[in-house]
Design a protein around this ligand. Structure first.
Ligand code: AQP
Length: 327
């Protein structure tokens, strides 16, 4: 039996190369080895305010980007979270086993709630309960995510362990699968902060659907560091970030990259990085355009994905309800 992988992206804005390099590109690489479930986590997106029309459109866009990146619906199940009601049902139940103190300690909650002081929803605090439900419903072994989601996967294990110790073996304990490289792509405007969909500063992120000219301009304006040396040096976060992006798009080894840029200037590095991104995204963008031209096909794939996963999710919920005496 293959191990099961579950992961997802929120349709909370335009997907950027951090989402791609830290998550989606890795899902594609893992596709053959594992039994995969990839979800568009729309219920997570509404933990922060969303425009309904835009949200509906973004859900389809994210699904199309999964497929355009190489997720194959014959090998992986792809669906929209809100199409499978078991996610909210289990999230509610897990809520009742998750101490508020655990939720208050989550770094992402602290950061996001600090950004939108007037309008922090209970959903934002509760986000990790829903994420735990997503993962535990499918008896997931591995969760490939970027570094920022590691704490949420740990909390998922904690609540699963707590439930198992109270009611007997129910949930498999999942592990985060975090890449050595690409797990934290930084903002181009500020390489000390992670690239993020919800950060709207100009030049912060390269989006997967950016045109070649937009990519060139953003990379040309990316913040660099003092000095001239082009090396993978964490003390120089701007150059490090550009080199890492270059490495992940070209697949060239770090030593070779450093040798190739030895004695060259930041301008040459930036041109090469922009070219690598443009070429790396070109096939994805072409496939995306084709997929978005046939909305009925996309809808049918998403309906099929939901139908495939629903029985798995419902089985877990039923077992949980029986154990805790519901119904
Ligand atoms: N900068 C990043 N570098 C590497 N991986 C990243 N991920 C996000 N940002 C980076 C990974 O992308 C996947 C999907 O993320 P998400 O949509 O669930 O939400 P997030 O982690 O909160 O990502 P964003 O882009 O910052 O979105 P917003 O601003 O909407 O919250 C996850 O695996 C994540 O680790």
């Amino acid at each position: 039996m293959k191990k099961r992988v579950f992961s997802g992206v929120q349709p909370s804005g335009d997907l950027h190369i951090g989402n791609y390099l830290g998550a989606i590109k890795r899902w594609v690489a893992l596709q053959e080895e594992y039994d995969n479930i990839f979800c568009v986590v729309d219920l997570h997106a509404i933990t922060t305010p969303q425009d309904p029309k835009i949200l509906k459109q973004k859900i389809r866009e994210v699904a199309a980007l999964y497929l355009a990146s190489g997720i194959d619906p014959q090998k992986s199940k792809v669906f929209v979270q809100s199409h499978v009601l078991a996610h909210t049902e289990l999230a509610w139940i897990l809520n009742c086993f998750l101490p508020v103190g655990w939720m208050m300690r989550m770094t992402q909650f602290k950061e996001k709630s600090a950004k939108q002081r007037q309008q922090v929803s209970t959903g934002l605090l509760d986000y990790p309960a829903l994420m735990a439900a997503d993962i535990l419903l499918y008896q997931t072994d591995l969760v490939p995510v970027g570094e920022d989601q590691k704490q949420h996967v740990e909390l998922t294990r904690d609540v699963a362990q707590r439930f198992n110790s109270l009611y007997g073996e129910t949930f498999k304990l999942p592990a985060a699968l975090i890449a050595k490289e690409g797990a934290r792509i930084m903002g181009l405007d500020d390489p000390t902060k992670k690239m993020s969909k919800s950060e709207t500063a100009t030049g912060h992120a390269i989006y997967l659907l950016d045109s070649p000219d937009e990519i060139k301009t953003k990379i040309a304006h990316a913040t660099t560091d003092s000095g001239q040396e082009i090396k993978f040096d964490l003390q120089k976060p701007g150059i490090y970030n550009l080199l890492e992006i270059y490495q992940l798009f070209t697949g060239v080894d770090r030593h070779e990259i450093e040798s190739a840029f030895a004695g060259k200037g930041y301008g040459e590095l930036k041109s090469a990085v922009a070219e690598a991104i443009i070429e790396g995204l070109r096939p994805l963008q072409q496939k995306y355009t084709e997929l978005m031209a046939d909305p009925a096909y996309l809808e049918s794939l998403l309906a099929q994905g939901a139908d495939q996963v629903r029985p798995l999710a419902e089985k877990t919920v039923q077992e949980v309800k029986n154990k805790i005496g519901l119904g």
